[in-house]
Structures are given as structure tokens and as C-alpha cells.
Design a binder for this molecule. Structure first.
Ligand SMILES: [Zn+2]
Length: 166
């Protein structure tokens, strides 16, 4: 049997394919349970997963704004729905800018100590929501060097939300 390579994104010892399968499985579970706010949790898990596999999923300025900004919005602004929509406009602008990519100081090498397998056995809404929140916070911390930039995008998004002062 071939020796399994750890997942090149998040470092999961069982490898990239198992990592993706666990993610798909948990993602379907969240969708199927469909509790109040499950869509928020579902979106957050896609953003966190992208931050743990940035070479594949944050490979353009647009993706980085959406996923890093999305996790920042979830953690620091309780997932403000209107701000998410505005963040898409910020992402489109970033796509057309000449700013260096990836932005300095570059994508973090460490992706956090919590991985998707921590969600594998969770099967009810409260534990899934809590588990994904824990995973998101650990990943956000791993991205600390780019948090100031993410907060700039978030402020730009909040400024686009009518009637809202940021
Ligand atoms: Zn992985």
C-alpha cells in the first residue's frame, strides 16, 4: 500500500481525499439538518475550509476577500447578512485591482490546530454549530498576519450597507 501523504492544505494525516470526504459529509449533514441559522454555519464552514486549503480555494484576490472576509464577518460581526452581500462587491473590486497577490506577508504556512476531522462525529445542530465555530476561530487565529487586511475589506463592506455606521 502506498504511503499516504498528509493533506497539503490543512495537514490532515489521512490525506487530501479523506479530508475532502469528511468535509463533504459534514456539509451535507449541516444542510440536511437545516436548523435556524444553519445556512450561516454552512457558509462559514465553506469559508473556513477554503482558508485551510488556500492554494486551491483562495488562489485569486476575489476568493481571498470572500473567504477571509467571510470568516472575519462571522467571528467579529456575527455574520451580518447585508455585510456578506456587500463583501461580494468588495471582492469584485479586488479582482480588478493591481494589488500584489498573495498580499504581504503572504499566505500563512500554519493553518491552525483544528481540522475538519474534529467535526466528523458531530451529529446534532448545537454541537455542529459549536464545532464549526471552534474550527473557525482556530483558523482565523492562524491567519492573524492578514487579519488587519481582512478588517479593511470588512469596513469597506460595512460602509456599503445602507443606513449602517461601521
Ligand atoms: Zn485538508
Amino acid at each position: 500500500m502506498a504511503v499516504r501523504e498528509p493533506c497539503p492544505g490543512c495537514g490532515l494525516p489521512s490525506g487530501r481525499q479523506v479530508c475532502q470526504e469528511i468535509f463533504n459529509d459534514v456539509s451535507l449533514r449541516v444542510r440536511a439538518l437545516a436548523w435556524t441559522d444553519s445556512l450561516k454555519t454552512w457558509r462559514l464552514m465553506h469559508d473556513v475550509y477554503a482558508l485551510q486549503h488556500p492554494d486551491e480555494l483562495c488562489s485569486t484576490p476575489r476568493q481571498l476577500v470572500l473567504h477571509l472576509g467571510g470568516v472575519g464577518l462571522a467571528i467579529e460581526h456575527e455574520g451580518d447578512e447585508r455585510a456578506y452581500r456587500a463583501l461580494q462587491q468588495v471582492a469584485e473590486r479586488a479582482a480588478g485591482s493591481n494589488d500584489p497577490f498573495p498580499p504581504p506577508p503572504g499566505l500563512p504556512v500554519g493553518r491552525g490546530s483544528v481540522r475538519v476531522d474534529s467535526l466528523e462525529s458531530l451529529s446534532d445542530p448545537p454541537s455542529l454549530a459549536a464545532g464549526i465555530d471552534r474550527w473557525a476561530r482556530a483558523t482565523w487565529l492562524a491567519w492573524a498576519p492578514l487579519q488587519p487586511l481582512a478588517r479593511e475589506w470588512i469596513q469597506q463592506a460595512l460602509a456599503l450597507v445602507p443606513g449602517r455606521r461601521s
